[in-house]
Ligand binder design. Structure first.
Ligand SMILES: NC(=O)c1ccc[n+]([C@@H]2O[C@H](COP(=O)([O-])OP(=O)(O)OC[C@H]3O[C@@H](n4cnc5c(N)ncnc54)[C@H](O)[C@@H]3O)[C@@H](O)[C@H]2O)c1
Length: 362
């Protein structure tokens, strides 16, 4: 049994993780028990504890690390707060599951990578798409392609999460002082990465790429490996629309991202070759058990279009199954700390390419 303490019980903790981690009859993870919760907002952590019948609640993660008999933590705070929570936890000998992105900038990501290297613990970054059976099925199809000539990543996202809530989230206002401190830290860490001269559009684009579409960089890398360089990036509409060209040698990846007010979610990765096209289509991450679908178009004499829906298994649950497996078998997850750091490096290079109006080697 892996006993977990959760750090940060806001949005994603309540929407996705706690329902799976605490489910007792099927649908849960039998090898995990959540025994402690921590959030800097006291009424929130107490209310969430009451909802999920978890008595041990804290407002300071170091106190939780000292007093609670946990084996691992789930760091589900905003990424600005990931490094300290992850490092303190690993130094206390706890395994760490941390939400994506790993951190707000490369330097902060490196601090986590270093601490993981020094401690004999597992760290998994919560890129749930990498554990999604539909994505894994698409990987088989992508790997059979020869002569890929174009890759396309398309993510037109929206405020989807509130609309997809099954159980209404418990919400309490964050004290003004804490919220101002968090915002100042986010700005400081963003400028540390992009420089003082970064424009507001570049700062917004960087935040959007990290917050929303780091999933796609990570999923792309899972299929095609790392791009060689960022060729160019365009940032429009106050940083809410970003187009980038990533160099994959024989193929260029057109990376299209936009954030809209629509009630839809349009996220897919496709690759094109003379004989075969493969496309993986992701549902909104907040729709539970919605399948990821693979579409294969092949043949020149007779073209056949096949759409494969694999199983309705929730990736947010399966990433936890992987975490337990890695702890038991002493393995590092595919979404390790250094894997998460690489995504932050690529996103920083995408914005740097816009700043310098030149290609950036990776
Ligand atoms: N995998 C996904 O698809 C997905 C979806 C949404 C969010 N996320 C990620 O999850 C993370 C959290 O996002 P969210 O939307 O839930 O944020 P949120 O602001 O709703 O929740 C974060 C919570 O952490 C608490 N907190 C902040 N600092 C803390 C600290 N030092 N100790 C204890 N508690 C602290 C806050 O009070 C808040 O309740 C982010 O990194 C985000 O990118 C991932």
């Amino acid at each position: 049994m892996v006993r977990i303490g959760v750090i940060g019980v806001g949005g994603v903790a309540q929407e996705m993780h706690l329902p799976y981690l605490t489910a007792t009859e099927g649908g849960g993870i039998p090898e995990i028990e959540v025994i402690a919760l921590c959030d800097v907002v006291k009424p929130l952590v107490e209310a969430v504890g009451k909802r999920y019948n978890i008595d041990e609640t804290y407002t300071d993660h170091n106190e939780m690390l000292r007093k609670s008999e946990i084996d691992a933590v789930a760091v589900l705070t905003s990424q600005v707060d990931h490094p300290q929570a992850c490092i303190d936890s690993m130094n206390a000998g706890k395994h760490v599951f941390v939400e994506k992105p790993l951190a707000q900038n490369v330097e902060e990501s490196e601090r986590i990578v270093e601490a993981q290297g020094k401690n004999d613990v597992v760290l998994e970054v919560g890129y749930m798409k990498r554990y999604d059976p539909g994505y894994l099925l698409s990987l088989e199809e992508f790997s059979k392609m020869k002569d890929v000539r174009l890759i396309r990543m398309h993510n037109i996202a929206s405020h989807h999460r509130e609309r997809a809530e099954v159980t209404k989230k418990l919400r309490f206002p964050i004290p003004d002082e804490l919220s101002k401190k968090g915002e100042a830290e986010r700005t400081k860490q963003t400028k540390q990465q992009l420089g003082e001269e970064a424009s507001p559009e570049e700062m917004t684009a960087y935040g959007m790429l990290l917050g929303v579409t780091s999933h796609d960089i990570n999923a792309l890398r899972g299929i095609f490996g790392d791009p060689k360089r960022v060729l160019i990036t365009e940032i429009r509409h106050g940083g809410r629309f970003v187009t980038s060209l990533l160099d994959y040698g024989d193929a260029v990846c057109v990376y299209e991202f936009g954030f809209t007010n629509h009630k839809w979610w349009d996220e897919q990765i496709a690759a094109y070759s003379p004989e075969k096209n493969v496309q993986v289509i992701f549902p909104s991450p907040f729709l539970k058990n919605a399948p990821t679908v693979t579409r294969i178009t092949e043949g020149s004499e007779r073209t056949r279009d096949t759409v494969v829906t694999d199983i309705y298994e929730e990736a947010f649950r399966l990433e936890w199954v992987s975490f337990v497996d890695c702890i038991e078998r002493k393995l590092q997850p595919i979404t390790s700390a250094s894997d998460g750091k690489r995504d932050v490096e690529i996103i920083a290079a995408m914005v740097e390419s816009h700043q310098k109006k030149m290609s950036i080697d990776l």
